[in-house]
Ligand binder design. Structure first.
Ligand code: NAP
Length: 549
């Protein structure tokens, strides 16, 4: 059965809460969770009780009533007896809530309290005709509870609980897998969600694993738990309603990845070609020395081996491109010769049989062909004999220099650290053979050089980078170019960097980072789906997301 989509609404006053609930219904939600922690004080206030009863009666969708105490991360600091009296009153009201949520810790604290709650909800031994069911819940905002197994066993031992709920802060992507296992093993409907950035998969994939519901916020400002997505994002980007048991999972692995435009682009593509897939941000922390590889291998290895996840493809970005290649080599997967020559890869394509077993896995670098295609299109012909200046000597520069030299261009690598530029030139020369024309120069020499094209592979000009206002070639030197010069920036956020703005001003031909992103994403998409990527759509949604339509 598909999972419900529930919007939690923090209640202060009746009218705004109902307005939000109507907006949630209009946006496509199935359930409302009234968070009354701050509207109910626990004092004997008739006005509060009337407001809450009215809220439930006027709720435009079936509702859960939750009065979360401060000791479980909520806002209610009154006593438990008052809460239970409220639940009794609601359970027997003319219009009762569909569910009440009570924490396991409160429920198991006293036999008297448990008995009162049991009298207010429907369950196998209930003698009265009631329509409210009990969600028994446990939360940990700090991490995976040490006593998780004990808590789950304690919940399962309660026959009056119709739905079980566990939510804790996920510390790694691997925590999602344990949450999926809990749902699979549960003897009744279960909500199992990871909080924080690492828990997104458990929220988006609830339907794939049979979770009872997932929560989403109405707006970014109205989240009630860390890592909650908005309903728009869940429905429009992740296409929550189309996710089912057989949906294949893809994602972008990196650190950080929360702001990647990959999910917007690839999910739109899956929808356009009718591919049953979903693409998620998959954060995997880096680390010094071998630590980054160890965490990449442990996390990605476990996700790939978890058969019910159907992980079929990854985009891999900073700082894990070398780690993907190394992992693929250790696993004995097919390694694309270009990725092997460069020492880095950005794509994993996994083919599985009907039972989810891996049939074939391939590690590829699509940055190389993307950069070459972008420049070839801008030049209007092949790159043989053209002089290309590559600015930077890091990971992206490596792919770009390899691609340009392999396509027959003469390449000068300009870099802040000349030594690193020389090392890159040596590495690519030995990979491609001494016949390629490569040289190294300090970055400062780029301005007075005379190349047919310049490709920025430094983070200068990038939002959040070391010099968002800076250009790797001075604006004045850009202005002195002939108008046949092409200026290509791999940075795509912002789309128009200071370097590209200067080039536009000087009427030079421009290639921006979105074009390269779309090319490399299109090749990944084709590898995963077997369908040609809707590149026009990719470009449109990427530019919309980056704010330049
Ligand atoms: P990287 O490996 O860290 O390399 C960074 C390079 O930039 C190094 O050569 C470094 O020079 C240079 N650099 C860094 N800060 C500098 C500064 N303040 N002044 C001058 N030079 C500086 O990074 P990367 O993985 O190659 O990524 C570079 C950029 O490519 C990213 O910022 C990203 O925006 C872009 N990118 C675009 C796409 C796309 O699809 N469009 C894909 C991937 C990446 P030193 O050697 O002297 O330190």
């Amino acid at each position: 059965m598909p999972s419900f989509l529930c919007i939690p609404i923090t209640v202060h006053d009746l009218a705004p809460a109902l307005t939000d609930a109507q907006a949630a219904k209009d946006a496509g939600a199935d359930l409302i969770e009234w968070r009354i922690d701050e509207a109910f004080s626990g004092s004997d206030d008739e006005h509060e009780l009337r407001l809450i009863k009215q809220l439930v009666a006027d709720s435009p969708l079936p509702c859960i009533v939750t009065c979360r105490p401060t000791w479980e991360g909520g806002g209610y600091d009154g006593d438990d007896d008052a809460r239970v009296s409220l639940f009794e009153a609601l359970g027997t009201a003319d219009t009762p809530p569909r569910y009440i949520d009570v924490e396991l810790a409160a429920y198991s604290r006293s036999a008297n309290l448990k008995q009162k709650i049991n009298l207010a909800v429907e369950h196998p031994k209930q003698v009265r005709d009631l329509n409210t069911s009990l969600i028994l819940s446990a939360h940990d905002f700090g991490g995976r509870p040490m006593d998780l197994t004990r808590r789950i066993a304690a919940m399962r031992a309660e026959p009056a609980a119709s739905v079980l709920k566990i939510a804790y802060r996920a510390r790694s992507l691997r925590d999602n897998l344990e949450l999926f296992d809990l749902i699979a093993e549960s003897d009744r409907p279960m909500i199992a969600l990871g909080m924080g950035e690492f828990g997104l998969a458990s929220r988006v994939l609830a339907s794939k694993f049979g979770g009872f519901l997932t929560f989403a916020s109405l707006h970014q400002q109205k989240t009630t738990a860390p890592g909650q997505t908005t309903i728009r994002e869940l429905l429009d980007v992740y296409r929550f309603r189309s996710i089912g048991l057989r949906t294949r999972v893809y994602g972008v692995v990196g650190w950080p990845v929360a702001h990647s435009i990959g999910p917007i682009v690839h999910n739109a593509g899956f929808e356009a070609v009718g591919h049953d897939g979903v693409y998620l941000p998959l954060p995997v922390a880096g680390g010094e020395g071998d630590d980054g590889y160890t965490s990449f291998k442990a996390t990605i290895g476990e996700l790939i081996d978890y058969p019910r996840l159907d992980l079929c493809g990854l985009s891999v970005t900073i700082p894990h491109k070398e780690n993907l290649l190394r992992f693929g080599q250790e696993m004995g997967w097919e390694i694309d010769p270009t990725a092997a020559a460069i020492g880095a890869a950005n794509t994993l394509a996994v083919e599985r049989d009907d039972k989810g077993a891996i049939v074939h896995a391939r590690v590829v670098n699509t940055d190389v062909t993307a950069a070459v295609s972008c420049l070839t299109e801008a030049m209007g012909g092949d790159l043989k004999g053209k002089h290309v200046g590559v600015l930077g000597a890091g990971g992206v520069a490596r792919a770009v220099v390899y691609g340009m030299a392999n396509a027959g261009a003469q390449v000068t690598v300009f870099n802040r650290s000349l030594q690193r530029a020389e090392a890159l030139v040596d590495a690519i020369s030995s990979a491609l053979g001494e016949h390629v024309k490569l040289e190294a120069q300090p970055l400062a020499a780029a301005g007075k050089s005379a190349c047919d094209a310049y490709i920025n592979c430094t983070p200068l000009g990038m939002n959040g980078g070391p010099g968002p206002e800076q250009s790797p070639i001075s604006i004045e030197d850009i202005g002195n170019r002939t108008d046949a010069t092409i200026v290509f920036d791999t940075v795509y956020n912002p789309v128009e960097t200071p370097l590209l703005a200067a080039a536009r001003e000087a009427r030079l031909r421009i290639v921006d980072g979105v074009e390269m992103f779309v090319h490399q994403a299109s090749e990944q998409f084709a590898l995963w789906t077997g369908s040609q990527a809707p590149s026009g759509l990719f470009e449109r949604v990427a530019r919309e997301a980056l704010g330049t339509k």
